[in-house]
Design a protein around this ligand. Structure first.
Ligand code: BYC
Length: 482
């Protein structure tokens, strides 16, 4: 069996030799109908019979892993693909550092490992559920296709986690796999596990912000899990990261194209003041201060996904060799961190201060700090666009204490600079920082579909290049049932 090429003969494409693993094959085949039901119920609303120009993973060879073709989404080949195994791989960090990587679940860490896999798995269908209404208001066929690409790949990422549960966790893995199809984003009784995955994605600016900020949490967490001493988890995350890059590209360029169109329209109309919101909105584009507010919202919601500032869970997962740091393999230290410290922003006597804490307990914050650095790269690119038009405005990320629901700062209100606000001040100023009802109504009023090939809604600039180098007027989605 060639690990690089995928076996497409059966119901479930895979490079894990399912044909010689009758138990797991049967378990996954039994799970498949429930997944398809879930996709029909909770996947993209409408468009299920439309032909979408999608990429499908056909290999895990970095030089050519995907092929593009028209596909009806329910017929997408959701496969199980793991990056190639390295025979000599060692556990790269923690108490077992240097021992051979585990090919089976280490018994003493079974519950912890299962929890990590279930949380990761839960986010994937959640995001599809959050985005299910967006197809109907797509600003172009190009964007609609990108939305559906992201959706089918999140579906594949669910398969990736379900494979691990079914293969390595027996009956309780099967139960967890079932439960992943039962929870629903935003449902008061059976919500998804993490806060940000129960929020709405009501419009396309939110979608792009989500794929920029929240998919980037996905990148950070997958990078950390890709370091895992449990080799099957490491290998599956490594391949997921290949797909994840496109999702963040969609987010970064999506926001960038909105910024571009706004600046262009302002220049054409001779408006130099970005705060002249009423005039800018009359042009049918989204004013820069509202884009900033959306960034504030999605950035702060995503910070919650990194968990608490001080986390025994994170320390235990590292010590056990299950979840490493961002690109652990490139870091130069002892990879055990027993006596080390790490500076963490904390709330002490009502003040936000930096405090050295044991590095193991501060691992969530270390990952969050790496995340913020990564976020700022795209923000700088957005600002370059604004600068190019000579408009005096810069998007910036709010302080990490702003608008938090998890951790040290969840009990206080802070403004975007990290200054603590009394409750009344927060209530009075909230709409300065976060989208107001009026902002949301305005954005919603712009969300009119544009389904003519090559055309774009007036509030977003066309992309610089097409997907798979297709020309501008390419029909990315042949709509059958919109
Ligand atoms: N919401 O010790 P702590 C992605 C809970 S995104 C609700 O700080 P820990 C994607 C926590 O569960 C990446 N509850 O937690 C993106 C714990 O509860 P228990 C998803 C929360 O474990 C876009 C308690 O508080 N992958 O892939 O250190 C589209 C104590 O907290 C939250 C992962 O997250 C929250 N936000 O850190 C599609 C990787 N935060 O156990 C996909 C796996 C904390 O005491 N997950 N709690 O009842 C983890 O590594 C960790 O579980 C977390 C939390 C980083 C999430």
């Amino acid at each position: 069996m060639n690990i690089v090429n995928v076996d497409y003969d059966g119901l479930i494409p895979n490079n894990v030799d399912l044909n010689h693993d009758a138990r797991v094959k049967k378990a996954l085949e039994s799970w498949h109908p429930g997944y398809i039901d879930w996709w029909h119920d909770m996947g993209p609303e409408g468009f299920q019979q439309s032909l979408v120009y999608l990429r499908t993973a056909v290999s895990v060879d970095p030089k050519g892993w995907a092929k593009f073709d028209y596909v009806r989404m329910p017929e997408y080949k959701w496969g199980i693909l793991l990056a190639p195994q390295h025979a000599e791989r060692k556990i790269p960090f923690g108490a077992h550092k240097g021992e051979p990587a585990w090919q089976e679940v280490p018994g003493e860490y079974r519950a912890m490992l299962r929890r990590l896999i279930v949380i990761q798995g839960d986010t994937e269908p959640a995001s599809v559920e959050q985005q299910r209404h967006l197809g109907k208001t797509a600003p172009s066929l190009y964007d609609m296709r990108n939305l559906f690409q992201v959706n089918v790949e999140e579906g594949r990422h669910l398969w990736a986690m379900v494979y691990l549960l079914q293969k390595y966790f027996g009956a309780d893995g099967r139960d967890e796999a079932e439960a992943l199809l039962q929870r629903r984003s935003g449902d008061p009784d059976t919500p998804r596990m993490l806060g940000a995955f129960n929020e709405q994605t009501p419009d396309w600016l939110s979608f792009f912000m989500f794929t920029y900020f929240t998919d980037r949490d996905g990148k950070m967490q997958l990078e950390s899990l890709a370091q895992s001493g449990f080799d099957p988890l490491s290998r599956t995350c490594r391949f997921m990261l290949t797909e994840e890059a496109h999702h963040m590209f969609v987010g970064e360029t999506g926001v960038g194209r909105i910024v571009e169109r706004t600046c262009q329209a302002m220049k054409e109309a001779g408006i130099d003041d970005p705060a002249d919101i009423a005039r800018v909105r009359k042009l049918g584009v989204i004013d820069l201060p509202t884009i900033q507010k959306k960034a504030n919202l999605h950035f702060s919601l995503t910070l919650d996904l990194f968990g608490n500032e001080i986390s025994t869970n994170a320390a235990n997962a590292f010590h056990a060799g299950l979840k490493g740091r961002f690109r652990e393999d490139r870091l130069k230290d002892d990879h055990q961190l027993e006596g080390a410290t790490y500076p963490v922003l904390r709330l002490v006597d009502g003040k936000i201060i930096n405090q050295d804490v044991p590095a193991l307990s501060g691992l969530n914050m270390r990952l969050r700090d790496d995340y913020v650095v990564d976020c700022n790269v795209g923000v700088a690119r957005w600002n370059k666009i604004i600068e190019g038009y000579g408009i005096p405005f810069a998007i910036r990320l709010p302080h990490v204490a702003f608008h938090r629901h998890i951790g040290e700062f969840s009990g206080i209100h802070a403004d975007v600079d990290g200054d603590v606000l009394a409750d009344a001040q927060w209530t009075a100023r909230r709409d300065e920082f976060l989208p107001s009802a009026a902002d949301r109504d305005f954005i919603e009023s712009l969300m009119q579909p544009q389904t003519e090939p090559g055309k774009f809604a007036g509030w977003i600039a066309p992309p610089k290049v097409g997907i798979d180098n297709k020309p501008g007027e390419f029909e990315y989605v042949k709509i059958v049932d919109a």
